[in-house]
Ligand binder design. Structure first.
Ligand code: HEM
Length: 229
């Protein structure tokens, strides 16, 4: 067995992921305090509201900063999550059996993100847009908006929380807890996965990595391995 490792997430992508995670968790907790009447005594005095807004600024600033520093990677990511094909349908059909212990060999080979990961990224993308759009109205235009428009903004904000939050729980479970995702969390902490894991979980991507590596070896001075994100 080789101990060869391949880079999956660059340091920048990992920083971005964990920054936005902390911001999202703070937003979720302070949001609940603002929303649930039961907790309203905690929200009194406005501290929760201020923390919610500081976290919201980080939630918006982090992707903008990443886009500014790594425009190519950012666009590649967006393009990738919206590109769906035959393999994705095959993955969706095969996934329930696989996640409940079925044969791994029945899974169609996947790119650096499998279909489930792409689905999560799409939901996260749209719920983030929904949060930001409605949040801006609620923060800056509270006194200008007609009351019923304001109420709609609150409802859409809450819907984004329900849909995004439910998928976040699935993401957390599959990324950090599910017994078959043995190197998933490691990849988002250290950036790398073993060649075996890359091959079994992201077969199409691993083929590309091997192709790039051998091209780099035969071309002295050529580029080495690049992370997927
Ligand atoms: C406690 C919270 C979280 C944990 C434990 C977690 C864990 C992970 C892990 C382990 C991966 C790597 C998956 C792999 O490549 O095998 C990942 C990827 C990713 N995470 Fe998270 N994450 C969390 C929160 C978030 C939040 C709040 C967002 C978005 C707002 C997010 C968006 C993503 C995206 C888009 C990816 C790449 C696609 C994917 O692998 O699903 N994550 N996360």
């Amino acid at each position: 067995m080789t101990h060869h490792e391949v880079e999956k997430y660059s340091a920048g992508a990992r920083w971005f992921h964990w920054t936005i995670t902390i911001a999202a968790l703070v937003l979720a907790v302070t949001g609940l305090f603002l929303y649930v009447p039961w907790f309203s005594s905690v929200a009194e005095g406005g501290t929760t509201r201020v923390i919610h807004r500081i976290a919201a600024v980080i939630f918006v600033a982090a992707p903008l900063l990443f886009l500014l520093v790594k425009p190519g990677r950012s666009l590649h990511f967006v393009k990738e999550i919206f590109t769906w094909g035959k393999d994705d349908l095959a993955w969706l059909k095969a996934a329930p059996d696989y996640y409940f212990g079925g044969d791994e060999k029945k899974m169609p080979p996947q790119g650096d993100m499998n279909t489930g990961q792409k689905l999560w990224a799409v939901v996260a993308f749209f719920s983030a847009l929904g949060f930001i759009f409605t949040g801006i109205f609620m923060w800056f235009l509270k006194d200008t908006l007609p009351a019923e428009v304001f109420d709609w903004m609150v409802i859409v904000h809450d819907l984004c929380f329900i849909v995004g939050g439910a998928m976040l729980l699935v993401h957390l479970y599959l990324g950090a807890i599910h017994p078959r995702m043995t190197e998933s969390l490691k990849s988002m902490i250290k950036g790398k996965v073993s060649a075996e894991y890359a091959q079994s979980h992201h077969g199409k991507w691993y083929k590309e990595v091997v192709g790039r590596e051998s091209a780099a070896k035969t071309a002295p001075g050529g580029q080495g391995q690049k992370p997927a994100h």
